[in-house]
Write a protein that binds this ligand. Structure first.
Ligand SMILES: Nc1ncnc2c1ncn2[C@@H]1O[C@H](COP(=O)(O)OP(=O)(O)OP(=O)(O)O)[C@@H](O)[C@H]1O
Ligand SMILES: [Mg+2]
Length: 420
């Protein structure tokens, strides 16, 4: 279907989010409600075909799933959209802390002194060749070695230091995502790292300020983001998720994958309970008729699920420890994503990561029905928040004109948008 570009929803204050996940594709269309809260006016979701571990492996299948999800959201919203903010959970996201020194030689620091730190050509030299820069977030300034400077502009110094978190993702998967989206006559207006989006949707301000980790356990990936001082400081994506748990059950019990999935959600758990040995579940066997079902104790199911979930959490723990972000992240973990609904996972994560764990779901949205405000929709909802946050920085422009001090990095964030 050729879209009518005159009816571009994005031009009417609408924001469209597209989360292309390993097991489902979700499209949310939002508009700002009079209350100031974003209101979701269109929702479409569709089983994802052609995805593996957060990356596109069959372009045509993904294109068709995207089209179905977006059209359902458009129909509900009664609007046609032209561009989307998109994320995929794979694409090997990488984050780096980069520092840049600028010689000031005693003059007053101005915008022109900050510009070299954000020069795309220079930044490109600091990431791997096959990576594309997605987010550049200034996290700290120093002048003449004194750290903790809020906004260096207008100050005098010999040397200015800028510390930035630069987040990138593999160019190949990003281009494939753009291609799949453009084949649906849509454009990707913004790329967002999936784990960043999930964190934005689920974490409350106190968590992002004091330090917290958001773990989004999806179908084919587990993405991790660490927030501190109000901003994301680290992102990871591990190519294992709830789909691997399902496959383990299917293999372990010789049952069809669809039944394994059903067993997991209905009876599965990653913590043992005293009744597990006495409860028995009937399991149809692959290739045999239904009367030939085997009967297995629930403890056997728990025995298959737990080691895989332990493996995933162990990988997360290891990554956080090796990168050193374990300390920055403090003791708070918010677990989200479809697989966070597995019974007992909160307790297991708390034990293995030695942190306080809560289950996170999108908060602060109007119009999200029961079926779509669950943890599986965190990334889609977070994409909307990302766009709202970046738009609200234009409000800082008005405040700045009136010389009202704004938040620490809000002014600098806006400066980036104006000057890049
Ligand atoms: N009630 C439940 N109990 C346990 N697991 C569940 C439940 N509901 C959904 N899941 C699991 O959640 C996973 C899908 O999660 P989600 O929709 O977040 O993935 P995705 O975003 O498509 O994939 P990814 O983010 O990995 O690319 C599946 O493995 C599914 O089995
Ligand atoms: Mg996901």
């Amino acid at each position: 279907m050729k879209r009518n570009s005159k009816q571009n929803g994005s031009g009417r204050g609408l924001i469209t989010a597209l989360d292309v996940g390993s097991t489902k594709i979700a499209c949310f269309i939002a508009r700002m409600a009079a209350s100031g809260e974003p209101e979701i006016v269109g929702i479409g979701h569709q089983l994802a075909a052609g995805m593996r571990s957060g990356n596109i492996v069959d372009l045509e299948a993904v294109e068709s799933s995207i089209r179905t999800a977006v059209e359902a959201a458009e129909q509900m919203a009664g609007e046609n959209v032209k561009d989307v903010a998109a994320c995929i959970s794979g694409a090997s996201p990488s984050s780096k802390l980069i520092s840049f020194d600028v010689s000031i030689a005693g003059h007053e620091i101005g915008d022109a002194d900050l510009r070299p730190a954000l020069d795309p050509a220079w930044l490109k030299t600091r990431v791997e060749e096959d990576q594309q820069i997605i987010h550049t977030i200034p996290v700290a300034f120093s002048i003449d070695g004194n750290r903790g400077v809020r906004d260096p502009r207008g100050m005098f110094a010999e040397k200015l230091g800028v510390n930035m978190v630069v987040m990138s993702a593999a160019s190949g998967p990003l281009r494939n995502l753009e291609t799949a989206v453009s084949r649906c006559h849509l454009a990707v207006a913004d790329h967002v790292i999936a784990s960043y989006a999930s964190g934005l949707a689920c974490l409350v301000d106190d968590e992002t300020d004091l330090g917290a980790t958001c773990i989004d356990m999806g179908g084919g990936t587990t993405t991790v983001s660490v927030f501190f001082d109000g901003e994301i400081v680290h992102a990871e994506s591990i190519p294992v998720g709830g789909g691997h748990v399902t496959n383990d059950i299917a293999r372990g019990l010789s049952t069809p994958v669809a039944f394994a999935e059903r067993m997991k959600t209905l009876y599965g758990s990653c913590v043992a309970s005293p009744s597990d040995d006495t409860e028995s579940i009937s399991v149809p066997l692959v290739g045999e008729d239904e009367n030939e079902a085997a009967h297995v104790p629930r403890s056997m199911l728990v025995g298959i699920i737990r080691p895989r979930v332990e493996e995933i959490l162990e990988l997360v723990r290891e990554r956080l420890e090796t990168t050193g972000f374990d300390k920055v992240a403090g003791r708070r973990v918010v677990l989200t994503g479809g697989a966070s609904q597995l019974t007992g996972i909160r307790e297991l994560a708390a034990e293995m990561l030695d942190k306080n764990v809560r289950i996170g779901r999108p908060t602060g949205f109007k119009g999200l029905a029961e079926a779509t405000n669950g943890p599986a929709f965190s990334a889609a909802a977070g994409l909307i928040k990302f766009i709202i946050n970046s738009q609200s920085e234009t409000a800082h422009a008005a405040l700045r004109a009136m010389e009202v001090p704004t938040s620490r990095f809000g002014r600098f964030g806006m400066w980036i948008r104006e000057n890049m």
